[in-house]
Design a protein around this ligand. Structure first.
Ligand SMILES: O=C(O)C(=O)C[C@]1(C(=O)O)C=C[C@@H](O)C=C1
Length: 88
């Protein structure tokens, strides 16, 4: 039981770090959104996203994570950034 509690505490710690990193990522993408708006660039950059997904696939393979799963996760994040760009 102690093991379970300790493992769950480790999970909670990691979840907090993941959330903080995501918040930091959204802070940076908000700056990108401001630059794009000032330059009248579209919110989505499909070529950049394809490069990102390719790189993430390589890293996912190296880490033993499923490529499709990583793609779905980043789709969620990228779509949220594009949504925020459109609202800025
Ligand atoms: O790099 C950009 O141009 C962004 O707007 C950031 C970002 C990202 O979150 O990484 C989001 C949307 C774009 O389609 C590509 C990348």
């Amino acid at each position: 039981m102690t093991d379970l509690a300790e493992l769950r505490a480790a999970i909670d710690e990691i979840d907090g770090q993941l959330l903080a990193l995501l918040a930091e990522r959204f802070r940076v993408t908000a700056e990108v959104g401001r630059l794009k708006k000032a330059a009248a660039l579209p919110g989505r950059d499909a070529q950049r996203e394809a490069e990102q997904i390719r790189r993430l696939h390589d890293e996912a393979r190296r880490l033993g994570l499923g490529e499709e799963w990583v793609t779905s996760l980043w789709r969620l994040i990228l779509d949220e950034v594009v949504r925020r760009h459109a609202q800025a």
